[in-house]
Design a binder for this molecule. Structure first.
Ligand code: V0D
Length: 233
């Protein structure tokens, strides 16, 4: 079908989607949650091994309190509505990021979904929560240094460093998509994006469709075909 193992998406544009329609930002987020379900089910059907979604960045805490509170209620809305369906589709939920600062209720909702789906063998639906790429790298360096000092690890190189990242058990990142016409990485998967293809689409996340995902995959495959057998990596 395709040789895509791992896709990451920066789900941007919920607020702008709502503003364009004269709706409160929360309506954009609500619609965004439905898109998570739709795209996850579809990506699993395509045979993608892992889909990482940037749901809540370390920057999001700076938003108005009312909006942050609403965002914190989304995990409950999402899993109450869709966990059954994720199970039926054999999807396994995981999360990466600094979970210390995540409110207990939201954290427990995720933990429960992770536990319930832990034996599923289909696509990994990986949520990046309170995630920051630079902080992930610094955290990894600290542990790397400690293990070196303790003699637990002898070789320091790109490959062994990988074992200290949140993503250590996930397949290599092939494609990163960002919606809503922004062309920045914004501190997402900085180490992992080294050899990925980047696809930027102008669609707001609530308007993103399965066809948009198809197109992004098509772009990825066309770029890879162009390099053909002479893979630089
Ligand atoms: C919907 C991006 C924050 C578009 C932003 C799993 C998709 C809004 C969270 C979140 C969602 C908040 C606290 C927490 C974990 C996650 C979130 C979901 C969707 C559903 F502990 N935004 N957000 N969770 N969206």
């Amino acid at each position: 079908m395709n040789n895509l193992n791992h896709i990451a998406i920066i789900m941007d544009g919920n607020g702008r989607w709502a503003k364009k329609r004269g709706l409160p930002r929360s309506m954009g987020h609500k619609k965004g949650v439905e898109k998570v379900r739709e795209i996850a089910i579809y990506a699993n059907k395509l045979g993608i091994k892992c889909l990482t979604l940037y749901a809540f960045s370390t920057e999001n805490w700076k938003r108005p309190e009312k909006e942050v509170n609403y965002l914190m209620s989304l995990p409950k809305i999402f899993f109450n509505k869709y966990l059954k369906e994720l199970m039926k589709n054999n999807i396994k939920v995981t999360m990466i990021g600094d979970l210390n600062k995540i409110p207990l209720e939201a954290k427990n909702i995720f933990k429960d979904a992770i536990r319930q789906t832990s034996k599923n063998t289909g696509m990994i639906l990986n949520f990046a929560l309170n995630y920051g790429g630079q902080s992930e790298i610094v955290r990894a360096c600290k542990q790397f240094a400690k293990d070196y000092k303790d003699g637990k690890i002898k070789t320091l190189n790109e490959k062994t460093f990988n074992n200290y990242l949140y993503t250590k058990d996930l397949p290599e990142l092939d494609l990163m998509i960002r919606t809503s016409n922004e062309e920045r990485i914004s501190n997402f998967l900085l180490y992992q994006v080294a050899y990925s293809e980047l696809v930027f689409v102008d669609t707001y996340w609530p308007d993103f469709t399965c066809t948009d995902l198809d197109k992004a995959i098509e772009t990825y495959m066309n770029r890879n075909r162009r390099f053909g057998a002479v893979d630089e990596k």
